[in-house]
Design a protein around this ligand. Structure first.
Ligand code: PHE
Length: 446
């Protein structure tokens, strides 16, 4: 409840799944997964990633949704209501992570918008000449332009959150998620049939386990948490808008599955193209923005394909950005009794400001924190530190503290037995915390 009115709710379980998948499927899948995979050696990393998603990711996701649905409150309020003590700190960390992630997410979201237009205004001919990298470099060095696009993206995000949970997000996701899928399939066909694609497929699909360093493990875990929107109360917040009748485990599996499919498919588009065009796979954040235009430029009607792709990337980013701002907004509404418009506008505005150094750090200025570009630093701290730690404590909460209630919440008070319930509890109790702690300690290197 907030401001004396009924808490908003999803229209249906499908609505929740689509909204949660909308949150999960985002830049993390199409922009971040391929370049992180590229930097960490390819196929062996991918295998490790999938393993982490379905053991740890799924368990933490179910834990979050159960916590949120039970408490019907934001991330901080949920822990206060269910247990109190120091536990609300976990929710607090989540709100801070939402702030940090959205700050740089808005920058990349802005890039996607710019590229929709650039697809028609010169990008194709430059990419055709093999200069997509220079084009991208030129674009991100133009500080005012990048900040302008970031502002536009943030304004849209704020606007949707301002409008509320309602039908908007649900109906939106229902059309957009299948279109994204379709476009990805078409792009895969184009990419794997490029000359020289084979090397890329090998890099992506043939594991070489000698490449798995401690850093790669941490990157896989950070990527899993980032991509599934876990460890920061996002699924707690979205779960809080779920009705008591919905069945949780199936929904959590479907969201994990959809998210992973899109990431794996995005890799199938990017890597064959990367190798076909001789781009370095470890290029970093620019990878998608450099390789894909090069592919489109070789296709008939390239501008249209390119614009369509960046439109879909933009939409995927927007549905995720909305969920990030919703975590922060829900906190200020429930706990501080702010109105939705005030929470969305004030916090969205502050997050935009925090994003400005990220926007400038990749080209316009050399803004670094201890040797990392500002944007990379924000990403590293939030994805590889705060999210895994948040996930660790959420798992511990379900495994040791709130265990019986968690059992009841995921079975709807016993009405829907959940076959692998005890396995889930044990993953939360031991497997996830130990794995997260181990990977964290082994891999934490700036
Ligand atoms: N999951 C989103 C993506 O893959 C990013 C995100 C992280 C959204 C955390 C919400 C919470 O792009």
């Amino acid at each position: 409840m907030s401001n004396g009115t009924e808490r908003e709710q999803w229209g249906s379980k499908l609505g929740f799944i689509l909204a949660a998948a909308g949150s999960a499927v985002g830049l993390g899948n199409i922009w971040r997964f391929p370049y992180i995979t590229g930097q960490n050696g390819g196929a062996a990393f991918v295998l490790l990633y999938v393993l982490i998603v379905f053991i740890i990711g799924f368990s933490v996701m179910l834990a979050e949704v159960a916590i949120g649905r039970s408490a019907q409150l934001n991330a901080v309020g949920s822990f206060k209501k269910l247990k109190g003590g120091a536990w609300p700190i976990v929710g607090w960390m989540g709100v801070i992570a939402g702030f940090m992630i959205l700050s740089f997410y808005g920058v990349i979201g802005g890039w996607t918008m710019a590229y929709i237009i650039k697809s028609f205004t010169g990008l194709m001919s430059i990419a055709e000449a093999g200069k997509a990298g220079d084009f991208f470099g030129g674009f991100i060095s133009n500080g005012a332009l990048v900040i302008g696009w970031q502002a536009a993206f943030m304004a849209l995000t704020i606007w949707v959150v301002y409008k509320g949970i309602g039908e908007g997000i649900e109906r939106y996701c229902k059309i957009l998620m299948p279109s994204l899928f379709l476009i990805l399939l078409i792009l895969i066909v184009r990419s794997v049939t490029l000359e020289g694609a084979g090397k890329g497929l090998e890099f992506y699909l043939k594991p070489d386990f000698s490449k798995l360093t401690g850093g790669a493990l941490l990157a896989a875990m950070g990527q899993a948490f980032f991509s599934l929107s876990l460890g920061m109360g996002c699924m707690i917040t979205y779960g809080s808008y779920l009705g008591k009748k919905e069945i949780l485990p199936g929904a959590a599996v479907q969201v994990c599955f959809l998210d992973t499919m899109v990431a794996l498919l995005a890799g199938l588009v990017i890597f064959p193209a990367v190798f076909a065009f001789g781009v370095e796979p470890g290029t970093g954040p620019g990878l998608t923005f450099i390789t894909l235009p090069s592919v489109f430029a070789k296709m008939p009607g390239g501008s249209v394909w390119s614009a369509l792709f960046f439109l879909l990337l933009f939409i995927a980013a927007l549905t995720s950005a909305i969920s990030l701002l919703e975590v922060v907004t829900a906190y200020f509404m429930d706990e501080m009794k702010w109105s939705r418009p005030k929470a969305a506008c004030v916090m969205g505005g502050l997050i935009f400001l925090l994003g400005v150094p990220s926007a400038l750090s990749l080209g316009a200025m050399k803004l670094q924190i201890a040797g990392k570009d500002f944007l990379d630093a924000m990403d590293f701290v939030s994805s590889n530190v705060i999210l895994p730690l948040g996930g660790l404590f959420i798992a511990l909460f379900v495994g040791w503290v709130w265990t019986d209630k968690a059992r009841r919440e995921v079975t709807n008070d016993g009405a829907h037995p959940f076959g692998i319930m005890e396995a889930w509890i044990w993953v939360c109790r031991v497997v996830a915390p130990v794995a997260i702690a181990y990977i964290f300690i082994r891999g934490l290197k700036w």
